[in-house]
Design a protein around this ligand. Structure first.
Ligand code: GH3
Ligand code: MG
Ligand code: MG
Ligand code: MG
Length: 301
């Protein structure tokens, strides 16, 4: 969350006047304004741009604002975007219905410019906190990598993308070799440092499109998007080499560290019922087990 990144506000209203008026009122705010003139366009822009706030008119030709609000709330990622109704309708029943649909606020036209600005600011502030908390809930505090919860959610998403587009996804499970003796010999804080240093190696060796996670204590998992097994093996071998080349010292004592890696790609799993995140993970886990059994500091696929 940075102040330098402007938040964006989508205005969905069939009246050009309202667009101009709201635009003029919010000009002094550091927000990007997006404009849609009916519900269909509003929905499209919301999906494409993922704005931080939607100012939504109630009365519009074809699809009205209530219906659009309901559609937005039915889609997970769009449902997180706060909606403020901006409307000439002032009856209580409609207001109540708007809040029940999930709107965060309701402003009646003609609106007071200062009040509108204050309400927009308040909604955007809440959205920033929400985004920050969401990010924090997905990050492993010790390494800065994605955490296991995020890994699981993301793998499910990637598997459905794979299914839709017929693209391969691979998973690599990485486990530090003989880590317990490192902890026992040099202490837990040094063990933590080793985990952090390896996290840095994993992030720098993998590609931007890969999703690098801390899966558990001294175990990592990587989602390699759009990657067949063979490509994933190449990445895993690079990781294994980079960790082996890492120079770690406790005082002046060099502490060699290696990892074992198990790789599984959706293109090589034979399952008539189709590949799921579970079967992919199980295959990667079995490969990791083989790598350990074969002497460690190895990649198995
Ligand atoms: P192997 O080669 O078979 O993987 O041997 P290993 O010693 O690494 O065995 P295992 O994976 O079972 O051991 C995991 C150890 O990692 C045990 C636990 O005390 C330690 N550990 C787990 N999480 C952390 C952590 O956050 N910090 C530190 N310092 N140690 C941790
Ligand atoms: Mg209207
Ligand atoms: Mg281990
Ligand atoms: Mg382990």
């Amino acid at each position: 969350m940075s102040d330098l990144v402007h938040q964006s506000v989508l205005i969905v209203d069939d009246s050009l006047d309202i667009h101009q008026l709201v635009g003029a009122r919010l000009r002094s705010e550091r927000v990007n304004l997006l404009h849609a003139y009916d519900a269909a366009e509003g929905f499209q822009l919301a999906r494409a741009e993922q704005p931080d706030l939607i100012l939504l008119d109630l009365d519009m030709p074809n699809t009205d604002g209530m219906t659009l609000c309901r559609q937005l709330k039915a889609e997970y990622d769009l449902s997180l975007i706060p909606v403020i109704f901006l409307t000439g309708t002032i009856d209580v029943q409609t207001k109540v219905q708007a809040f029940e649909l999930g709107a965060v606020d309701y402003v009646t036209k003609p609106f007071d410019a200062i009040e509108l600005k204050a309400r927009v600011r308040s909604a955007l502030r809440t959205k920033r906190y929400h985004d920050l908390l969401t990010t924090k809930a997905q990050i492993d505090a010790m390494t800065g990598l994605w955490n296991r919860g995020y890994f699981n959610d993301r793998l499910t998403v990637e598997m459905s993308v794979l299914e839709r587009k017929g693209r391969p996804v691979a998973v690599a499970m990485v486990d530090i070799d003989h880590f317990k003796p490192i902890n026992d010999t040099y202490g837990h804080p040094f063990g933590d440092t080793v985990i952090q240093r390896i996290a840095v190696v994993l992030s720098s060796v993998s590609r931007d499109s890969d999703v690098v996670c801390r899966y558990g204590g001294e175990e990592f998992a990587i989602i390699l998007r759009d990657t067949p097994s063979a490509g994933a093996m190449t990445v895993a071998k690079r990781i294994r080499e980079a960790v082996e080349a890492l120079i770690l010292t406790f005082g002046r004592t060099p502490v060699p560290v290696t990892v074992s890696i198990g790789v599984a790609g959706s293109d090589e799993i034979e399952d008539s019922a189709g590949v799921t995140s579970e079967t992919l993970l199980e295959a990667a886990d079995r490969a990791l087990y083989r790598a350990k059994g074969a002497g460690r500091n190895r990649v198995e696929g």
